[in-house]
Design a protein around this ligand. Structure first.
Ligand SMILES: Nc1ncnc2c1ncn2[C@@H]1O[C@H](COP(=O)(O)OP(=O)(O)OP(=O)(O)O)[C@@H](O)[C@H]1O
Ligand SMILES: [Mg+2]
Length: 275
């Protein structure tokens, strides 16, 4: 069974010990059953790096109600440092210490993830639409899974930072969940597990009793407008996964013990199924 695991930047900031422990257990004991691929984000670390350079991260509201990062030259440099450096190599280091031969790279390496650069974004400032140019983020367009398949065949665990190559050849920041969703599609993965810092999707984020255990694609399409922030984006990426051919998406916390095994056994988290 092929499993793509998205490890969120927010989770990496808090604690990824449980995740690497779980990955190594699966790799060492259950490799005849599961093949794992890791895709990771790095939002909070990008902000930390920017602040250490005395730069404030820039966020804007979009007309459709999202909050979006303005990825200028400084932010994309920080993204390269986080996704191609610190976060990526810390994950590889932690996995290798546990006997897993992890291989870290980003979507630009080997042209693994291709994206369309946004170039400009439309944002709201004082309720007025403004065009910001010089944006270095992109929308994932296609995956070349050759390197990933080569690594899997040779028993490495690929650890992929969510950067991509634009049509012009520029390095761009991409949404980690969407990258994971497309990677999963390109590998005909059976399941995509998005490990984050909350237990799953809450119908109402304020109400901790409203965590959804199981939801169909169609029900999630209806709920999505009521979701906010990172979870709204994650829900969109989950829906996109089904279009990419993935059969199941599980959104769950990476802060608990054995988060991946639990998710595979349908214990905890929000399970989204294609119906
Ligand atoms: N209804 C909701 N249910 C669950 N989480 C929600 C909801 N609404 C908003 N959230 C927020 O969404 C966050 C998860 O998305 P976020 O994008 O921050 O994390 P991530 O995708 O794991 O990390 P990254 O984007 O850095 O890779 C939660 O930490 C929570 O604060
Ligand atoms: Mg996110």
């Amino acid at each position: 069974m092929r499993v793509v695991i998205k490890v969120g930047g927010a989770l990496i900031a808090k604690n990824f010990e449980n995740v690497v422990e779980d990955i190594s257990n699966i790799y060492l004991k259950l490799s005849d059953k599961y093949e794992l691929v890791v895709v990771h984000g790095g939002g909070p670390q990008i902000n930390e790096i920017l602040r250490s350079m005395n730069k404030e991260p820039k966020y804007f509201k979009t007309p459709s109600g999202y909050t979006t990062r303005y990825t200028d030259q400084e932010a994309i440099s920080a993204a390269i440092m986080s996704l191609g450096g610190l976060n990526n190599k810390r994950l590889v280091e932690a996995l290798q210490k546990r006997g897993v031969n992890a291989f870290g790279f980003t979507g630009i390496d080997g042209g693994t993830i291709d994206a369309v650069r946004k170039d400009k974004i439309v944002v709201l400032v004082n309720n007025k639409k403004l065009i910001k140019r010089g944006e270095y983020s992109g929308k994932v367009n296609s995956i070349n899974p050759q390197i990933i398949k080569f690594l899997l065949k040779n028993k490495y665990i690929p650890v992929i930072g969510a950067l991509a190559r634009s049509e012009e050849g520029d390095i761009v920041n991409v949404d980690g969940d969407r990258a994971a969703s497309q990677v999963a599609g390109s590998l005909d993965a059976d399941v995509l597990i998005s490990l984050t810092d909350v237990e799953g999707i809450y119908r109402n984020f304020e109400d901790k009793n409203s965590m959804i255990k199981s939801i169909s694609r169609i029900q999630l399409e209806e709920l999505i407008e009521r979701l906010e922030g990172g979870m709204k984006k994650k829900a969109y990426a989950a829906l996109e996964s089904f279009k990419n051919g993935v059969k199941k998406v599980i959104i769950c916390s990476g802060l608990i013990d054995s988060p991946i095994l639990n998710a595979l056994e349908e214990n905890g988290g929000t399970s989204v199924h294609d119906a």
